[in-house]
Design a protein around this ligand. Structure first.
Ligand code: FMN
Length: 173
């Protein structure tokens, strides 16, 4: 098991996959890690669709601006937020913000856990939400936040550039 900092440093977006399936056990271990993310009031406003069907993966790729590597991945997760889940407790802020923050935290856990199990992923955000709901027959109460193709990597990309700390930190002392 990788040290968490090592895992964060090593993870890359993977856009090429080997034609090897990922076991349901591994997929569930990764989703289990996602569900350990923090969420406002612990409402856990997320849902994970696990798509392995060829035709559905093809349709997801088409909806996501024809990003063909989505079809190459043997498993594609569609991670959704459930805006109404914490609404009674926290109102508008939960519906428009917390559910997205919570689901994003879960997705990041998912990417890191997958990497630690040797599985490559890529967070895909470029898609039409309504089209994803329609293809997967997802109810309007679930809002697709990310499409995450998963599979054994067929590439090992170099790290992408990051803005230096001096540009992103501002101290108030
Ligand atoms: C909200 C979000 C949306 C993204 N959408 C896409 C996408 O549609 N297609 C894609 O190839 N990568 C997408 N990415 C991946 C980024 O391009 C990638 O994380 C970034 O370039 C840094 O590279 P790294 O993940 O290898 O560190 C997305 C990432 C985030 C967080």
């Amino acid at each position: 098991m990788l040290d968490v900092i090592e895992c964060i440093k090593q993870r890359r977006s993977i856009r090429s996959f080997q034609p090897i399936s990922v076991s349901r056990e591994t997929v569930e271990k990764v989703i289990q890690a996602a569900t350990l993310a923090p969420s406002a009031g612990n409402w856990q406003p997320w849902r994970y669709y696990v798509v392995s069907n060829d035709d559905l993966r093809r349709q997801l790729a088409r909806i996501a601006s024809n990003q063909e590597f989505i079809v190459e991945a043997p498993v594609v997760l569609v991670v959704c937020a459930e805006p109404a889940r914490a609404e009674n407790t926290y109102g508008e802020r939960a519906r428009t913000l917390y559910c997205i923050q919570d689901t994003a935290a879960a997705i990041q856990n998912l990417l890191l856990a997958a990497h630690s199990y040797g599985i490559g992923t890529c967070w895909v955000g470029d898609f039409d939400e309504a089209a994803v709901q329609s293809v997967l027959q997802i109810g309007a109460e679930f809002r697709p936040v990310a499409i995450v193709p998963m599979g054994y990597p067929n590439e090992s990309p170099n790290p992408r550039w990051r803005r230096p700390l001096r540009e992103v930190i501002e101290y108030k002392e």
